[in-house]
Design a protein around this ligand. Structure first.
Ligand SMILES: *[C@@H]1O[C@H](CO)[C@@H](O)[C@H](O)[C@H]1NC(C)=O
Ligand SMILES: *[C@@H]1O[C@H](CO)[C@@H](O)[C@H](O)[C@H]1NC(C)=O
Ligand SMILES: *[C@@H]1O[C@H](CO)[C@@H](O)[C@H](O)[C@H]1NC(C)=O
Ligand SMILES: *[C@@H]1O[C@H](CO)[C@@H](O)[C@H](O)[C@H]1NC(C)=O
Ligand SMILES: *[C@@H]1O[C@H](CO)[C@@H](O)[C@H](O)[C@H]1NC(C)=O
Ligand SMILES: *[C@@H]1O[C@H](CO)[C@@H](O)[C@H](O)[C@H]1NC(C)=O
Ligand SMILES: *[C@@H]1O[C@H](CO)[C@@H](O)[C@H](O)[C@H]1NC(C)=O
Length: 470
């Protein structure tokens, strides 16, 4: 078995297979050669996984501390394409491209000439849309193997242990969970199993898809606001792309489609000519578009976000606070893209109002100019495989003794506002529990926020400790 593996690896290195992550990097000329810009790290929810750059904080456990428990919220790995992105943006663009092919001529345009021969990588929409890509499988397996490397002491050793990984029940989340689970054991025999958490509408708060179980959750204003920015930032792009006289009438949505295709096509084919069309400021504008959308849909700009993220935060806080009741020490939930923004907001991370004026909402994310200094950058936590980790540190050093909670986002430590007196700016466990309780008490409970009171809906997320309600 291991011989077969050995030979296949040797073989692969010899034939130079494509680099799955081949990054599209914009760099400056010789006078500013420190400048490098990786487009694939600014595509927010369409970025293949990358580790965030921390603000200098070391992600290793602080000196004298041991991680005795860890909880991970992980988005599934890279997919072929998201259904909304495809049906609302990409497919209409491809249709228009096809319909206009008999009179449009891109051959005089340096950036767009490739479109003369380009064909879509979506060949079988039924098998591809919303499905985990091969890269997504690789990312998931790798992530599992890296967790095993980081936390060897948190994995079960006894063959009969009831170790679990929880995944939302959709195909892409479960397949991702299965690949991650296999990665935890580096391809050896696994201990435990993947538990599927139903995405049904009746799960109440006991779910990994609270958006679906919250009937009055309304996001229409998010798209209105992000569309306003889209119309604004695409004006000079459309002027540039039409200047060569191809005859194609670009709309703002077409620009969005091409920017989305850069990410998705790279995931499938290893590279994409769409990535080369735009300048770094045009990519930053796309990133800002996504940030506006997610801010008002799933983050601080939606009054329900905290209530929808809080059941997971409360349940995992309790797991971190307990030491002996459960035999499991590593808890992993594989989720969809809505969950990380809810949890980030429930935890109070990346709140731009924290250090600026909360009175003028336009001050946070104006729609007529980019806020380059914003804290809310979804490329930090909403990539494929985007993850939020809560580590319980048990420390015994000259400076710190006791238990602490540290948050890591895409492996970068993220100190909590007002609670960072521990090692590596972590939060003392007792204060963390108070912090969560205070935040939980300040916002409507899930059932109230969702109009589910007196409807017999689950009020808490209990599947980590109580399997039978699932
Ligand atoms: C493209 O052409 C087809 C058939 O002529 C038509 O049904 C469709 O609406 C057109 N789509 C667009 C986006 O123009
Ligand atoms: C492309 O450029 C050539 C030379 O400038 C010109 O003759 C031709 O009409 C242009 N084609 C289009 C489609 O603009
Ligand atoms: C996902 O779908 C594929 C077919 O499209 C199927 O073979 C596979 O078993 C499914 N996986 C899960 C975990 O549901
Ligand atoms: C969502 O809110 C908008 C106004 O903000 C309203 O027009 C719309 O009817 C609401 N949709 C639902 C499903 O409640
Ligand atoms: C955390 O655990 C401690 C010790 O077991 C317990 O006294 C405390 O009540 C727990 N805190 C919460 C919020 O559950
Ligand atoms: C964000 O920060 C502002 C200013 O401190 C605060 O008023 C607001 O409650 C915070 N929002 C959340 C969801 O924590
Ligand atoms: C915020 O921006 C919108 C759109 O540009 C504008 O209509 C609104 O008046 C602004 N609000 C404030 C408080 O400045």
């Amino acid at each position: 078995m291991s011989w077969v593996l050995f030979f296949s690896i040797t073989f692969i290195t010899k034939v130079h297979t494509i680099d799955l992550y081949s990054p599209w990097i914009i760099s400056a000329g010789p006078t500013f050669n420190a400048y490098k810009y990786n487009v694939l790290q600014h595509l927010t929810s369409i970025s293949p996984y990358f580790e965030s750059i921390s603000d200098g904080l070391n992600p290793d456990p602080p000196q004298g501390c041991k991680v005795n428990k860890a909880v991970y919220l992980v988005r599934h790995g890279s997919i072929y394409v998201n259904d909304n992105d495809y049906f609302l943006t990409i497919e209409p663009f491809l249709q228009r491209l096809k319909n206009s092919s008999y009179y449009v001529d891109f051959s005089n345009s340096t950036e767009l000439a490739f479109l003369t021969h380009w064909t879509s990588y979506i060949l079988n929409s039924k098998e591809q849309i919303e499905k985990l890509a091969k890269l997504g499988f690789v990312e998931s397996f790798n992530f599992g193997a890296r967790l095993a490397h980081r936390y060897p002491h948190l994995l079960p050793v006894k063959k009969d242990a009831s170790f679990k990984v929880w995944g939302s029940s959709a195909n892409r989340t479960l397949r991702s969970a299965e690949a991650l689970f296999a990665g935890l054991y580096a391809g050896h025999e696994t201990i435990g199993n993947v538990v599927s958490i139903l995405e049904g509408r009746d799960q109440g708060a006991n779910t990994l898809t609270p958006r679906r179980t919250c009937p009055i959750f309304n996001t229409s204003h998010a798209f209105k606001l992000s569309d306003e920015w889209l119309k604004y930032y695409t004006v000079p792009i459309i002027a540039r792309l039409t200047a060569k006289g191809s005859g194609f009438q670009f709309t703002p949505k077409d620009v969005l489609a091409m920017q989305e295709l850069c990410g998705y096509e790279t995931i499938i084919r290893g590279s994409s000519a769409f990535c080369e069309i735009f300048t770094s400021e045009e990519w930053l504008s796309f990133e800002y578009y996504e940030d506006i959308k997610y801010y008002y849909e799933l983050g601080y700009g939606n009054t329900k976000s905290v209530s929808l993220g809080m059941p997971w935060v409360v349940a995992t806080g309790n797991l971190l606070n307990q030491t002996d009741v459960n035999d499991q020490h590593l808890y992993i939930s594989i989720v969809h893209r809505q969950m990380p923004p809810f949890v980030v907001t429930a935890l109070g991370l990346y709140n731009d109002s924290e250090y600026t004026s909360p009175t003028n909402i336009n001050h946070t994310l104006p729609l007529n100019e980019i806020n380059n200094r914003r804290a809310w950058k979804t490329s930090r936590f909403l990539t494929f495989m985007g993850n939020i980790a809560l580590e319980r540190l048990d420390c015994a050093s000259a400076a710190y003794t006791g238990s602490f909670v540290r948050v890591l986002v895409n492996s970068a430590p993220e100190p909590l506002p007002g609670c960072r007196s521990g090692p590596s700016f972590s939060c003392p466990l007792k204060q963390y529990m108070d912090y969560v309780k205070r935040r939980s008490d300040s916002y409507e409970a899930f059932t109230k926020a969702c109009g589910l009171e007196n409807r017999n809906a689950a009020e808490t997320l209990s599947f980590f400790v109580n399997e039978k309600v699932v």
